[in-house]
Design a protein. Structure first.
Length: 157
């Protein structure tokens, strides 16, 4: 029996409510995905410009693209995605070092992958760049969540 003044949600309202709950539950992953896409676009555009406009070789163009992408990623990930609570110079410096170390690890994968697939195997450079970035985005999320921006426990000091 319905309470007076209480109405049942329509199908549309139920869908909105369900979408709202999913968004709350996965908001960090959604934000990471959005900024990951934007960072990937930065990486690919900078790579293309360095390789095709500046006529740099594959590896130097990839390194330049990586640096631009890492800077863009740090600026968005620190507060917007992972809600960093680091404060004070030492804590922030440690966070930055962890971030760049994690990105360097995935950057090395990117560089080696591009060198092998493009320079050695002769595959399409932009297609290989897209594939490399898919692997890099997933790896970066896991490293950021578990290593770089990990939340402090009450016991951690």
């Amino acid at each position: 029996m319905k309470e007076p003044g209480h109405r049942t949600k329509t199908g549309r309202e139920q869908k909105r409510s369900m979408l709202g709950e999913l968004f709350k539950k996965y908001k960090d992953i959604i934000a990471y995905g959005i900024f990951g896409i934007l960072t990937t676009i930065v990486n690919i555009i900078v790579y293309w410009a360095a390789a095709h406009l500046l006529h740099l070789d594959t590896v130097p163009a990839t390194v330049i693209a990586w640096i631009a992408a890492v800077l863009a990623a740090y600026l968005t990930n620190r507060k917007i995605v992972f809600h960093s609570e680091a404060s004070g110079r030492r804590e922030i410096l440690q966070e930055i070092l962890r971030f760049f170390a994690a990105r360097l690890a995935t950057g090395i994968f990117d560089w080696v992958f591009m060198y092998v697939t493009v320079d050695r195997l002769g595959w399409n450079d932009v297609a290989m760049k897209v594939i490399a970035n898919i692997v890099v985005i997933i790896s970066n999320y896991v490293l950021s969540k578990l290593v770089v921006f990990r939340r402090k426990n009450k016991d951690d000091k």
